[in-house]
Design a protein around this ligand. Structure first.
Ligand code: PEP
Length: 241
């Protein structure tokens, strides 16, 4: 039985004043895992408040001459337990490839972090009927060998649904999540694939969370905008259990 995970991606938002919101979320009674991924600068300051924290990216190496970068080991040192890798904004803004994302996932594992690997098609790719082909390629290239349920979460985030208020139909989500599960089973075996959590991400809100969580092979959500305020994030967590 997979335990649901609701992960908040704050992107480049938040400050130490957000500690009040973290405290509100920590006070909720819940039956699912919750993770908040704030900017790097807030991880140490927000740790120890009862909500596990994650980074939004990491470098592939542990240390060295990489100005402005943060390693997985540094995230761990600051109190993080997880890191998002391959978010579409990293792929677009920083030209990150599948191979780089896989290297970052390996770095996360090296540091003892859970890697949340993001994949998702663009609108043009969906319109061209290429969604499963794109997802298959990203999955093969972005997830390293050695994936286990304790080390890997896959987030399906259609690029056209991120921050747009648009979501795929339930059938579209079920189709992609089922495909991801089957593809993971072919590569890592049925037992591992059955344990790896698959999150849906893209315009998850209090109003659509319950419907999305009820779908087959959806084990939670990666939430952007709606994770910034407790008034939005709390009902999403409640919908997860
Ligand atoms: C995200 O950035 O991972 C995301 C899903 O954003 P939003 O929920 O705002 O669409």
């Amino acid at each position: 039985m997979r335990r649901r995970l609701v992960a908040g991606n704050w992107k480049m938002n938040g400050s130490m004043a957000s500690a009040a919101m973290v405290d509100e979320i920590a006070a909720l009674s819940r039956d699912c895992d919750v993770l908040i991924c704030p900017p790097f600068t807030l991880i140490a300051g927000l740790s120890g408040r009862g909500i596990p924290l994650g980074g939004q990216d990491c470098h592939t190496e542990a240390q060295g001459a990489h100005t402005g970068d943060i390693s997985a080991e540094m995230l761990r040192d600051a109190g993080a337990v997880a890191v998002i890798v391959g978010h579409s904004e990293r792929r677009t803004d920083h030209g990150e490839t599948d191979a780089l994302v896989a290297a970052k996932a390996l770095a996360a594992w090296r540091a003892g972090l859970l890697a949340i690997v993001c994949i998702g098609e663009t609108e043009a790719e969906r319109d061209a009927g290429r969604t499963l082909e794109v997802i298959g390629t990203q999955l093969a290239g972005s997830v390293p060998d050695g994936a286990t349920p304790a080390r890997l979460v896959v987030a399906y985030e259609p690029v056209w649904a991120i921050g747009t208020g648009r979501t795929p139909t339930s059938d579209q989500i079920v189709e992609v999540h089922g495909f991801i599960r089957r593809t993971l089973a072919e590569r890592f075996g049925k037992d591992a694939a059955e344990g790896i959590r698959l999150l849906y991400g893209g315009s998850v809100k209090p109003g659509n969370a319950a419907e999305i969580f009820a779908l087959a092979d959806v084990d939670g959500a990666l939430v952007g905008g709606a994770s910034l305020a407790a008034a939005d994030f709390a009902p999403i967590i409640a919908a997860a259990g």
